[in-house]
Design a protein around this ligand. Structure first.
Ligand code: CUA
Length: 332
């Protein structure tokens, strides 16, 4: 809304969804203001018009009018339905990352934000992103509940320990924007702030070039897969003691108790930290827990690596070479 752009109370709008969120917000505000004003004016006007004119006056019984009652029922109903439909549309847009979104990760911790770029760069409290690229932020917390809030992008999402949450954005304007923690998380909650640096794609590339990239999530996941000796049991051949991890399908896993579960991030995370919670059909509960041995960032890397080897299998388009792909990926 042009009108409000220069109001210091209102945050800048710098993402693809910001304008849509604002439009719905202002529509709601104007609608409420219009009806509040209308009602207030009518209350006063009717109070004057129908005032008691002399001491003996008494009221007249009301006449009912069906068309009038229908009108004041149907109009608000239509307005509410319109607002609801519009809200759902924007809600879905804000919550559903486009399929080409690039995954970054964020780990919240008392009292800082730790970011990892897909290229492997790490940052704390500062986040550099390219303009015009949809970015999916996969987030978790090392301790308590935090909340990832970038007012200029109109996005806010809770970040929970033991769970993954996601939020996405596509920045539309270069600049530096506030990042807040929007959930009271302890003594220094108010200092858990950061800056999002939106850069032109070329400038972002130059920034990346100028930095030591560090390991990508896939590479560190692969390294962990070996160093934690996951590979000794999840060898990927038919005789291995652990399930073939390159065969997750991104879909479903059948458990020893007959239950079928989705092999999503939450399932993978649980299987690393509490392997006995869900035993895959045909395997013994042999795996030790890795609770306390891996950080949240390492778990994110492991999951990213598992997804990568599964993607390779999917790309190969055939389930049979799964074992080979995993072994190849492990050795690669
Ligand atoms: Cu983290 Cu408030």
């Amino acid at each position: 809304m042009e009108l409000f752009k220069h109001l210091p109370l209102f945050p800048e709008s710098a993402s693809t969804v910001a304008g849509k969120v604002d439009a719905i917000y202002f529509f709601g505000i104007f609608l409420s203001a219009f009806f509040s004003l209308l009602i207030a004016v009518l209350v006063v006007a009717f109070a004057v018009k129908f005032r008691r004119r002399h001491p003996d006056a008494y009221g007249v019984p009301e006449k009912t009018s069906t068309p009038l009652e229908l009108t004041w029922s149907i109009i608000p109903l239509l307005i509410s339905l319109f607002l609801f439909g519009w809200g759902v549309k924007v809600f879905i847009e804000v919550n559903q990352a486009p399929s080409n979104a690039i995954e970054y990760t964020a780990v919240g911790k008392q009292w800082m934000w730790k970011f990892k770029h897909p290229e492997g760069n790490r940052e704390i409290n500062d986040l550099h992103v390219p303009m015009g690229t949809p970015i999916r932020m996969k987030m978790t917390s090392e301790d308590v509940i935090h909340s990832f809030f970038i007012p200029a992008f109109r996005i806010k999402r809770d970040v929970l320990p033991g769970r993954y949450s996601e939020v996405w954005f596509e920045a539309t304007k270069p600049g530096v924007y506030h990042l807040f923690c929007a959930e009271f998380c302890g003594a220094e909650h108010s200092r858990m702030i950061g800056s999002v640096h939106v850069m032109e794609p070329a400038a972002y590339e130059a920034w990346l070039q100028g930095k030591e990239p560090g390991q990508t999530a896939v590479a560190s996941g692969e390294e962990l897969f070996k160093s934690l000796a996951c590979i000794t049991c999840h060898r990927g051949d038919a005789g291995s003691r652990g399930p073939i991890l390159a065969n997750l399908d991104g879909g479903e896993v059948e458990l020893a108790n007959g239950q079928v579960v989705k092999s999503d991030d939450a399932y993978l995370r649980e299987s690393i930290l509490n392997p006995r919670a869900k035993i895959v059909k045909g395997y013994e509960p042999l795996m030790p827990s890795y609770q306390g041995q891996v950080t949240e960032e390492q778990i994110l890397s492991l999951i990213r690596y598992l997804k990568e080897i599964n993607q390779k299998v999917a790309d190969a388009g055939d389930a049979t070479p799964a074992a080979e792909t995993q072994t190849a990926a492990n050795e690669g």
